[in-house]
Write a protein that binds this ligand. Sequence first.
Ligand code: ATP
Ligand code: MG
Length: 477
Amino acid sequence: MDTDALPGQRALNDVTSPTILVVDDERAVRVALDVNLSKAGYTVSLADTGERAIEILHGQPVDVVLTDFMMPGINGMELLTEIHQRWPGTQVIMMTGHGTVERAVEAMKLGAHDFIIKPVAKAELLAILERARREQALRQQVAHLTEAATERFGFENVIGSTPEMQSVYDHVAAVAKSDAYVLLTGPTGTGKELIGHAIHYRSNRREGPFLQINCGALPAGLLESELFGHEKGAFTGAVRQHRGKFEQADGGTLMLDEVGEMPLETQVKLLRILESGKFQRVGGSSTIEVDVRVVAATNRNLLEEVRHGRFREDLFYRLNVFQISLPPLRERTDDIPLLVDHFIQKYATKHGKPTTTASPQAMNKLSQHSWPGNVRELEHTVERAVILSNTDTISDFQLPESVHPSPPTDTHASLLPEEGMSIADALREHERAMVVAALRAEKGVQARAARRLGVSRANLNYRIQKLGIVIKEIVYD
Ligand SMILES: Nc1ncnc2c1ncn2[C@@H]1O[C@H](COP(=O)(O)OP(=O)(O)OP(=O)(O)O)[C@@H](O)[C@H]1O
Ligand SMILES: [Mg+2]
């Protein structure tokens, strides 16, 4: 123990006596923690408010902040955010009362290292602090390496081995090296952004920039200046020249996210640049030429948008050179266990948790949920469960209410499959009926039938094969 160390002597403190800042408005809590932590060999500072804590952090390096949630003035969550931004090397552990688990989960997502339920048990606290210290050291060592290696190629992070995902990989492989524009479609949370990255990193442009813009987040004027840039004085507030995404992405890839939300007037300008590779900054007169590959993404049905006059048909055909459609998670439930394992590993590492697996009951529930938010929803659910779990296993009670299937009641009796029929059989019957109906309605034209069913053509074809449907028979009988 190194009790003589001055606050500034950081190098020594790292090894021998980590510094802890306890933030709580209750004096009794501060005193108790001060006594216990000092006895355990920590150098302890105390603050009775979030404001005071920030003052202390400005004055001396702190390894771990142990803070209450509810405090007058800056509360624990705000303190956490502030520390996370300004002192990323400092770990934050939240102290929370019973019944506020959701808040603790939120805090973990915002970057808290861990949380502990009040009244604080000494042994548990010391174990958490020890884990925090070890992890901090480890993290410093490996941070650069792992991030550079795994994030860069992106594709390793794409999980899924069902035929549906295999077909996505095949499409990516086929198109990545060409310079063709790609349109990524699929419902929210299915991995369009992930695949957009993968296309860039597997292309010959990988050394060039990869930029992204959300076309739905900005009003037309701002969006245009973000896309094409502007000259100084082009409009009120344009105090300096600004290079737009198209210029910044020169030699690389630009991902136009939520392209279906783009205002019509911006669509006209986009089409022009896609046709000529040339454009002018807003308020500018000189012509700029760039070499940019565009990957567009949307969770809308763009043809439907075209039909309603909300999306330009010519732009649609320009962007839709090569379409890759990401299947909703409920159409590839066999991937769920793989995804669950992947996210358990990811978040156990991130949050320093011992979790390695999900119990059979939990996995069952996760596999049966319909996942309207797709992989994103699954990912959040697993992260939450990992945060709540203190053993190596996620249990089904760590899953939110929404994932628990509602018990059957009498009013649902009509939903039950016929006697002797499994749910899989019943679903297949239903699926078959829908596919047949769509094919009949569209006189056997698969592309149109696929659109009606909200699936890609490839996906419809896969279903036709799987269900053994013979189009000739059903259309002309
Ligand atoms: N196949 C996958 N394997 C691993 N993680 C995935 C996969 N698909 C999606 N994810 C994860 O799910 C989250 C949502 O994915 P992403 O942002 O790519 O979805 P999106 O299709 O762009 O959704 P939105 O339409 O809402 O923008 C991300 O955290 C992503 O890493
Ligand atoms: Mg997205």
